[in-house]
Each structure stands twice: as structure tokens, then as C-alpha cells.
Design a protein around this ligand. Structure first.
Ligand SMILES: *Cc1c(COP(=O)(O)O)cnc(C)c1O
Length: 409
């Protein structure tokens, strides 16, 4: 370890700012892993949580239901395209993907098809940190390579980004489809795997391929859901309807852990039976926590009453304009922007990543580079001046510290 990686102590948050225990205030460029889409401590969400806290903070969701969960399920179904209308609540993105995987596998078992149990996922993908989701992340990148030999084996192939890629993907599928339950992909942006974008066309190709072979298509919108790419859900830009979609991260506006796995009617019907063995067996203790549901409902209110998608479009324009000069810096490979996501990719991971982080904090900004990626995923309510401070800090720190970007021989 070159520079200390001791975590800083946070003492308070407000809007796009984090106050540290030592009194320093940082402008937040990543909105706590892109969850705090309305900024921190939004009064409308705080009030909704407080109200729910005084009525019913939690009650078991087995044999009982409650209004916040019913209303949230209805509103999510109304926002999502097509007949995505059956909502299963859990508490984290990883678990929502686990539930989607389980659903896809059991979908076939309930129909007495015992051969379709593998998943088809993509290089560069990230779907969570639990064991089942690690097995569908990129096998080499990221933090799970250590476990590569001991996880269940799925198919993890290159995303078909170009015509040749699409042709070899189609050939692969023709050979292996009979053993595959579902295709699993992050739409438009592979997030934590490296902030790599792809065209809507790729998703249309996957939808068509899944249809051709009768496979389920699962979109992991944990990163992209709730406006991050410019539309409420990324799948809208491709005009496709997945069979199952997973949501979390910005679902509660960054206040409480909550996730949803939403299925289309035909998926739900495979579980709707007199045989109790056909039910979906999953029941997290804090399933559909009322506080979290109240926060999510309040977050959806804000998408209706304030022009969030307009703000995302403005952030996109500003990021494009202000990050572009980074392209000319030595050691920078690429600059890319989609919605409220701005990425500067370096030629290689900086020799002293912690040093880079330290310089950014010195400039009064909270940005968390990883591997060869320096990225911004700010709250949608960030003031243009604050966003400018973030982009300027990234530019200046990368310009200053070009030595740091070169690995020592
Ligand atoms: C963050 C993320 C997850 C995992 O969510 P957790 O809440 O951290 O378990 C899964 N998929 C995607 C695309 C993510 O960005």
C-alpha cells in the first residue's frame, strides 16, 4: 500500500455534499454508488419515512401485506414497459438478481424441463457479490477472480456489440440454448464491471435471440433503473420488454435498502399452481420493509413532481462538454458520457490509486476511481457549479499527476 487507504469519517450529508467529522465538506460525484438520485436528505423522502416510522416500521410479509408495498408494486408495474407486473421485494441488488436467477431456473423446472439450468451472461458484467451472482460476473475482471474455479459454471461470453460478434453469439446460442434457462445482461451500461456502454441495438439482438430459442431475458437494471441513462429504465431506449427485470440502487432515493425483481405475466403463471412445490420459495425476513417502501414511493413522487429526466439531460450535456478536455491528457484512453454517467478511462490502472483518491479529496470532491476508471454518477439535483467543480478536479488531478498514471517498470 503506497498511500494510506484509511476510510474518512462521514458525519453528515445534505444535497450533493458530504460533511466529514473533521469539518471538511466534499462535493459528492457518485451519490453513494448512484443511489442518492435526488441528493441526500430530501425532505419529501425524510417526511415519508418519518410518517411510516410512527405507523408501522416493519411487519412480516408472510400471510400479511401492507399498503406501502401494494402501492409500490402497482406504481412500478405502471412505470415499467409491457406486462412486467409481478413484483417480488427483497433488500439488496444482489438478492434481487439471485431471485431472478432462481425464478428463471424454476420457471423451467415447473414445466418439467430439467435441462435448462445454466445462465448466459457477459464479460465485463457485474451482478452482485453473493455466491450465485458472483458466478455470473466477469470471471477475470473485478473482485471475484479468486473464486473462479469454485463457483457454479455458467456461460459468460462477449457481448455481441458488432455484426461479427452477433454472428458468433448466434452460433454459440444455437449450440448451447438447450441447456440455458435465461440470458442475463445489464442494459446499455455494464456498471461496476468498468462503466462500458453498448448500443440499444445489442439489447434488441438479445431479445430476438432469446425469443428464437424460447429463453428468458433478464435485464439487471439495478444500476441503470430510475433515470440514470436518460430514460426511467434503460430498456426503454431499446424498445424491448425483458421477461424479468431487477431494480435496487436508486429505488429508495438512497435512503434504505430495498430491491425488486419484476416478472412478466407468463413468468408468473409458471408458478401459479395447485402444487405447493411450484411456488417461488424465497422469503427474506425484511421483505418489503414498510419504511423502505415508503421511501421508494416518495422517491417516485419526486420523479413525477420534479423534472428529473430533464436534469439528467442537462447533466449529460454538461458532462460531455466538461469532461471532453480530459481526452487530450496523457494516459487517458477514452472519455464517454451517457445520461448522468461520465467516465474517463485511463490507459492502465494508476500506479497509486490511493494517491489519486487522496488528491481528489484534497480538491474538495468525493470521487472513487477504480481500476482504470474515474467516473461521475452525481445526484440528478446537483447544481451546475458543483458539477463543474467535480469535472475540473478530475481534469486537473489527472493532468497534474501524470507520473502517477504510469506503472513503475
Ligand atoms: C450494485 C449492483 C448490484 C448489486 O447490488 P447490491 O445492492 O450491492 O447487492 C447488482 N447489479 C448491478 C448492475 C449493480 O450495479
Amino acid at each position: 500500500m503506497k498511500t494510506s487507504a484509511v476510510p474518512l469519517q462521514a458525519a453528515g450529508t445534505a444535497g450533493s455534499r458530504i460533511r466529514l467529522a473533521d469539518g471538511r465538506v466534499l462535493i459528492d460525484g457518485i451519490a453513494s454508488w448512484w443511489t442518492a438520485c435526488h441528493g441526500y436528505n430530501h425532505p419529501h423522502i425524510a417526511e415519508a419515512v418519518r410518517r411510516q416510522l410512527s405507523v408501522m416500521p416493519h411487519v412480516m410479509f408472510g400471510g400479511l401485506v401492507h399498503e406501502p408495498a401494494l402501492r409500490l408494486a402497482e406504481r412500478l408495474a405502471a412505470l415499467l414497459p409491457g406486462d412486467l407486473e409481478r413484483v417480488f421485494f427483497s433488500d439488496s441488488g444482489s438478492v434481487s438478481v439471485e431471485v431472478a436467477i432462481k425464478m428463471a431456473m424454476q420457471y423451467w423446472l415447473n414445466r418439467d424441463v430439467r435441462t435448462r439450468h445454466k445462465l448466459l451472461a457477459f464479460r465485463g458484467g457485474y451482478h452482485g457479490d453473493t455466491l450465485a451472482t458472483m458466478a455470473v460476473c466477469d470471471p477475470e475482471e473485478g473482485m471475484h477472480s479468486l473464486f473462479a474455479g469454485v463457483l457454479p459454471q455458467h456461460h459468460v461470453v462477449p457481448l455481441p456489440r458488432c455484426p461479427e460478434g452477433a454472428a458468433s453469439f448466434d452460433r454459440f446460442l444455437s449450440q448451447h440454448a438447450a441447456g440455458i434457462a435465461a440470458i442475463l445482461v445489464e442494459p446499455l451500461v455494464q456498471g461496476a464491471g468498468g462503466m462500458v456502454f453498448h448500443q440499444p441495438e445489442v439489447l434488441r439482438h438479445l431479445r430476438a435471440a432469446a425469443d428464437r430459442h424460447g429463453l428468458l431475458l433478464i435485464l439487471d437494471e439495478v444500476f441503470t433503473g430510475f433515470g440514470r441513462t436518460g430514460t426511467m429504465f434503460a430498456c426503454e431506449q431499446a424498445g424491448i420488454v425483458p421477461d424479468i427485470v431487477t431494480l435496487s440502487k436508486a429505488l429508495t432515493g438512497g435512503t434504505l435498502g430495498l430491491a425488486a425483481t419484476v416478472a412478466r405475466r407468463h413468468v408468473f403463471e409458471a408458478f401459479w399452481s395447485d402444487d405447493p412445490m411450484h411456488a417461488l420459495m424465497h422469503g427474506p425476513t425484511f421483505m418489503a420493509n414498510p419504511l423502505a417502501c415508503a421511501a421508494a414511493l416518495a422517491s417516485l413522487d419526486l420523479f413525477e413532481t420534479e423534472d428529473r429526466l430533464g436534469q439528467v439531460a442537462a447533466i449529460e450535456r454538461q458532462l460531455m462538454h466538461e469532461l471532453e478536455p480530459c481526452r487530450a491528457l496523457p494516459g487517458v484512453r477514452d472519455v464517454r458520457v451517457l445520461g448522468a454517467i461520465g467516465v474517463v478511462q485511463l490507459d492502465q490502472p494508476p500506479a497509486d490509486l490511493n494517491g489519486l483518491k487522496h488528491h481528489l479529496v484534497e480538491r474538495g470532491v468525493w470521487v472513487r476511481p477504480f481500476r482504470d476508471i474515474v467516473y461521475l454518477t452525481p445526484s440528478f439535483t446537483i447544481a451546475p457549479d458543483d458539477l463543474s467543480q467535480l469535472t475540473r478536479a478530475i481534469h486537473d488531478v489527472l493532468a497534474q499527476s501524470s507520473v502517477m498514471l504510469t506503472k513503475p517498470p
